[in-house]
Design a protein around this ligand. Sequence first.
Ligand code: GDP
Ligand code: MG
Length: 513
Amino acid sequence: MTDQGRLAGPLSTSVANLCRRLQPQVSARTAAGFAEVTRRLGAPLQVAVAGRIKSGKSTLVNALIGRRVAPTDVGECTRLVTRFQYGTVDRIEVVFTNGRKQVLPFAADGMIPAELGVDIAEVSHIEAYLTNAVLERMTVIDTPGLGSLDAASVSRTEELLGAAKGGEGSDELDETSRNAVAGAEAVLYVVTQGVRADDQQALAAFAAATASREAGPVNAIAVLNKADTIAPESVQGAGSDLWQAATILSEKQAALLKPRVADVLPVIGLIAESAEAGGFTSVDAEALRQLSTLDEATLETMLVAADIFTSWDCEIPAGTRLRLLERLDLYGVRQAVEAIRAQPEITAGGLRRVLLEASGLAALRARLNVVFAARADGIKAAAALASVTALAHASGDPAERQRVHDAIEVLLAKPEAHQLRLLEALTVVVAGAVDMPEDLAEEVLRVGSNADIGAQLGMPGGAREELAAHALERAGWWRSFASFGATPAQSRVAHVVHRAYFLIWQQLRENRG
Ligand SMILES: Nc1nc2c(ncn2[C@@H]2O[C@H](COP(=O)(O)OP(=O)(O)O)[C@@H](O)[C@H]2O)c(=O)[nH]1
Ligand SMILES: [Mg+2]
């Protein structure tokens, strides 16, 4: 099988094998669905960027990809779902609802054209193939967002997130299978200062659509975007520190979204995009340098509000100031000017790094790597199993359903399937659904959130013998905790953790040579 090498891990491999084995034993339609499931298992993790309209999703997508390619603000495209995936040649395709595809030229500025020149009512979504390396590890899906006035874009988003009511049990199996496999596997949820009821609903729908086994927060993280627009004085305990205020607000949002997302990270998508996607140039750096020579009082006045900043009478052309504002907004301008004043020799490149640092993007990337990449095997396999189950369920043939069901039972008993249980345990611990002493909760998190054994054991780079001894010791500890001293809820988690350690120990022994 050609994509075997790209499967996310042992569990994904087992699910792919299951699909392949069952294919000759099921109806042609179910088999076609299985083929699609297998194809998706071999593809990079599908991460949807979701959230309300104008929360800055497309801006953040550009920052993550490292290229300003998704139109922001206005235009038809902001009302469509766009999938950014890896390709060896840059190419954009419009996919119509009837399945037809049409290649689209990039706009002069290298972006997806804001107006497509086709009947948008007939468009399903846009596929963008880009050479950017980030996309080799994840496919990023930009969504139009909820809370828009335009019902069509809302339904396109809901469909993608799996919230649309599918025709379950209907004869339209092709439609069903498409729905079953079309959903994203992980979601990056963009919120701004207020979390609303429909934010929660969308997340709940996503979790229900993607997790056959309650994967929950494991496949969703959130960002508190536009952190630069927070007024620190309005946040208790923040003093005048914007980042402190953003962190406090993020923690509050995390508490609100808790059973749904693992984490809420503050970011400034706009600054991240400018710093990372080529928007910030040496021309901007020069303009900032000029600004930094203004006297303190003048600059302070200008930085009070956007309209004052652009309309104030000063020698830097208004157009240049507008451009700075568009790329950095007032907070970014202030950060850059402060950096120049602290370090007058700073280069345009140095300034770009300062801005990137100020944007919080690095922390988001790191988190995406841990939360999604390390768990991609479990997340992808869980999503695939959900699809397989849905496909079998939709088949009118009880014998076929039973055959698939039995095969899944066998698969779930395999050692590699244990990570699904570990993900569940992780979920209840992170969500606070089971009371755990803090050090134990952290240990569960560490074992469940890392792909590398050394990191799982909290001994990165440790020698094999040492790791094995530690794994065995912890396995024993969790087993006795499960039997004595634990509440029933704790005990269920403890059994899972015990087995995780046991499997790690076994793996270390097997690989001894
Ligand atoms: N101040 C500020 N503005 C932002 C930020 N991120 C995005 N924006 C602006 O918010 C507007 C909407 O952004 P867009 O990415 O199109 O939002 P979407 O509808 O969620 O895709 C644009 O004008 C962006 O420049 C941010 O972090 N800070
Ligand atoms: Mg958008």
